[in-house]
Ligand binder design. Structure first.
Ligand code: NAD
Length: 355
């Protein structure tokens, strides 16, 4: 057997339908008594509902999380937790909310408890992002890793069809790229395949019946596994492209991932044969040539927009993103250059099949 290195991250994970009702007990077990619930403005009401359950353990709801964690928003939140003697931040929401809790933890080292309500996976990683003067930078720090994560599939029931589908495909992208990561290992690859299978079977059910709790449970399970993949191994060109699409053109994160994945996978189809053969099996197709296409067809069946131009990428977008990606080289199992990336992005811009 080859040599591998895999460092598992120390997180307490609770999983199950209705599990968030146990949040108060879980917080007390951890020794947290002055907990601040963080949400986006849109999820403030959900925050107050949770605050009622937490009773005296909750010090309030802070509904100011926004996309991409602007530094000013992070600094205000840091002031707030210091002024109010908070001993734990409870992030109730998606990657944006967890992102604000991480920015607070980065400066204060306050512990995070995360209750994710999308499938984005940030709760399982030491990665944080901050935006200053329209420039998003990311870094890694163990202090931003949540101490506890509570997955409660019931909380996903309010996600729209579009967000459910795109966020689920965002999770799938973590699992797919983990399979051909530079530091891939057999344990994480097992989780990646299991994640892909769970998401691939759950998402088509969810888009037809948003409140199907067993499909929601399967999708949360897939997202949990995908989050572990993202937190455990490096990603490749797909994540780099999506970072540039979001950073340079402010494209919606989950949708950009969902659309681009088919093209990134097709580009890599002959690069890491072992990984691609596992994808062939997981997607039930007969050759590596078909893996990108089957992801494209899955998006189609989920009602996801197929073209980057339809989610806000301007005409000059493909060339600009290709340039940004080439400016700071990133690992990918297949070498790439400006022309190849521009070609890939032009197809994604138009939403053409990736073959
Ligand atoms: P998001 O957190 O921005 O949420 C999208 C919208 O959906 C928000 O308005 C939110 O309030 C709403 N929402 C969330 N859950 C809901 C629910 N259950 N019901 C109704 N509405 C709900 O979107 P996201 O895709 O989860 O996160 C994207 C951000 O997370 C990006 O900035 C991305 O860079 C970051 N991210 C970071 C990591 C990491 O490891 N650091 C990983 C993945 C994503």
């Amino acid at each position: 057997m080859q040599h591998f290195h895999y460092k598992a991250l120390p997180i307490d994970v609770h999983f199950g339908v209705g599990k968030s009702a146990k949040a108060k007990d879980i917080l007390l077990q951890q020794g947290y008594h002055k907990v601040l619930i963080i949400t986006t403005p849109g999820q403030e009401e959900a925050g107050h509902k949770l605050a009622k359950q937490l009773q005296e353990v909750c010090a309030g709801v802070y509904p100011h999380a926004v996309m991409h964690v602007p530094v000013e928003v992070a600094n205000k939140a840091v002031e707030f937790v210091k002024d109010n003697d908070i001993d734990c931040c409870l992030a109730l929401g998606g990657g944006s909310t967890i992102g604000l809790a991480k920015a607070i933890a980065l400066q204060t080292q306050l512990p995070i408890v995360a209750i994710p309500t999308t499938y984005a996976g940030s709760e399982m990683t030491t990665i944080y992002g901050l935006t200053e003067n329209n420039l998003k930078t990311t870094g890694k720090d163990i202090h931003v890793l949540p101490k506890v994560v509570i997955y409660d599939p019931e909380l996903n029931l309010t996600l729209s069809v579009q967000t459910s589908a795109c966020s689920g495909m965002n999770a799938m992208a973590h699992a797919v790229e983990a399979l051909y990561a530079e530091d891939k290992n057999p344990i994480v690859s097992l989780m990646a395949i299991e994640s892909i299978k769970a998401l691939k079977s759950a998402l088509p059910v969810i888009v037809k019946e948003l409140t199907n709790i067993s499909a929601r449970q399967k999708a949360s399970y897939g997202a949990w596994l995908a989050g572990v993949c993202l937190g455990s191994v490096g990603m490749a060109i797909h994540h780099k492209i999506c970072h540039a699409l979001g950073g340079t053109f402010n494209l919606p994160h989950a949708q950009a991932h969902a659309i681009t994945l088919a093209y990134s996978v097709h580009y890599n189809r002959n690069a890491d044969i072992e990984a691609m053969d596992r994808l062939v099996e997981a997607f039930g197709v007969s050759s590596r040539e078909e893996v990108g296409l089957v992801i494209y067809r899955l998006n189609q069946s989920l009602g996801i927009d197929l073209a980057l131009k339809d989610i806000g990428l301007p005409k000059e977008g493909p060339a600009e993103v290709a340039r940004v990606v080439c400016d700071s080289p990133y690992y990918n199992p297949r070498e790439y250059n400006y022309d190849e990336l521009e070609k890939l992005l032009n197809k994604a811009y138009l939403g053409l099949p990736p073959i």
